[in-house]
Design a protein around this ligand. Structure first.
Ligand SMILES: N=CN[C@@H](CCC(=O)O)C(=O)O
Ligand SMILES: [Zn+2]
Length: 419
């Protein structure tokens, strides 16, 4: 047998997430994390070639003279986190919105007065390609150091054909230039820019943007901010239907601030995920479950909007909706790169157990970005995307918050970050 490039062994707990790669975990399945005590995982040429107990793995003779070994005694080993909802590509920042929020100005009012997303659109358009990439690269590095090894990235701070294509091209370049795998989503329908009515801009997205995005093969998914005052259910349906016709997979920002039928639309159009969902109706939740649409929940966004309002994750899980969690990393509603922080919020405010939260941040998140065949679990044949966490058990991970629990990040079988 050829010897391994890397063996991680003696992990107090090795979380494999096995058995959920064909379809996302639902209901009680979300608590089935495939735990191996005193576990080990073996990597060769970037891939996982064996997973099991340390005793078995060491007896199998994987360790040769050139094998790098990591002793994970006293630690927990998990799949790399998959962050399935980010707006991480942009220039500038919006710390000015903190004082507005403290004065009680709602998020939507800031947006409608030309701030919010529009402010980031202005900053991003003014920044050179090199500036946008440098600022984004730095955030991606923070994400990686906090354990994210795959992330979805949305365009949406361009809002013209040229600027949206530029964002998607820069995502493609960044994907090749740094360690995280990036999954590109076109979100030209992120806000209606000034000078357009909603209908005029919807026409522009459908007739001009989408055909060019699709023909250049720059995006895998299309997303829409479906929210009263931004894109109505009717406009969202026009955009997502056109995207589907052009073979893009679908996501939808649904029922974030108001219950308006966004979840129902996601289910009707067979979206891969519906995201936010704070105000999703009972019927909307049932429709997501029926269609198998993944609910991507964003508790850091809820935390940051400081309205004490979170998505009803337990009702979703009970109804059979597969749940994933994400940072929603963006300069306004969720300025964080940290999946460990999201895990804490998922437990405390979405009321997930640590096991369910970890499922939501790994294999279910991988399904939400179309990467479940490669990422999200520690199974033979998958990419070697692995975390060694400096925590003694699973409960400790969400319990000890506000700092970075990640000891080692392995991406495609290579150590890419280490304390
Ligand atoms: N809700 C719409 N889009 C982002 C916010 C983007 C921004 O505020 O810049 C979100 O998912 O939270
Ligand atoms: Zn978003």
């Amino acid at each position: 047998m050829p010897s391994a490039d890397l063996v991680i062994h003696s992990a107090d707990m090795l979380v494999t997430m096995r058995g959920h790669s064909d379809s996302p975990a639902r209901r009680e399945g979300m608590a089935e994390i495939g735990l191996i005590e005193n576990g080990a995982v073996v990597l060769r040429e970037g891939q996982i070639v064996a997973v099991g107990s340390t005793e078995d793995i060491l007896a199998e003779g994987w360790v040769g003279p050139y094998t790098v070994q990591i002793n994970a005694q006293g630690k927990v080993v998990t799949p790399g986190f998959v962050d399935p909802h980010t707006h991480v590509i942009y220039a500038g920042s919006r710390e000015n919105e903190l004082s507005l929020k403290l004065k009680g100005v709602p998020y939507m009012e800031t947006l409608q007065q030309g701030g919010g997303i529009h402010a980031t659109v202005r900053d991003t358009r003014l920044a050179s390609d090199a500036e946008v990439k440098a600022q984004t690269r730095s955030r991606l590095k923070t994400m990686l150091s906090h354990g994210t090894t795959t992330a979805e990235v949305k365009s949406g701070y361009g809002l013209t054909v040229e600027e949206e294509l530029r964002m998607l091209r820069l995502i493609k370049e960044l994907n090749l230039e740094q360690d995280l795998d990036l999954v590109p989503t076109f979100m030209g329908a992120h806000a209606v820019p000034s000078g357009y009515t909603e209908d005029e801009y919807t026409d522009y997205v459908v007739e001009d943007m989408l055909p060019q995005v699709a023909s250049q093969g720059l995006a895998e998914f299309c997303d829409v901010f479906c929210e009263p005052g931004v894109f109505s259910v009717q406009s969202s349906e026009r955009i997502l239907s056109k995207a589907k016709e052009l073979n893009l997979k679908l996501k939808i920002h649904a029922d974030e601030l108001e219950s308006a039928g966004g979840a129902e639309l996601g289910a009707k159009l067979e979206a891969v995920s519906a995201d936010h969902l704070l105000q999703a109706s009972v019927e909307g939740i049932a429709a997501l479950a029926e269609q198998g649409v993944i609910a991507v929940l964003l508790p850091a966004n809820s935390f940051n909007l400081a309205k004490n309002s979170y998505a009803r994750a337990r009702a979703m899980i009970e109804a059979g909706v597969p749940v994933a969690v994400a940072t929603d990393c963006n300069p306004g509603s969720s300025p964080t790169e940290s999946m460990p922080f999201v895990l804490t919020l998922a437990c405390l405010y979405l009321h997930l157990t640590p096991e369910e939260a970890l499922t939501a941040a790994t294999i279910n998140a991988a399904h939400a970005v179309g990467r479940a065949a490669q990422a999200g679990s520690l199974e033979v044949g998958k990419q070697g995307d692995i975390l060694v966490l400096n925590v003694p058990n699973l409960d400790y991970l969400p319990y000890h918050f506000g700092n970075n629990p990640v000891d080692v990040v392995i991406k495609n079988g290579r150590i890419v970050w280490r304390v």
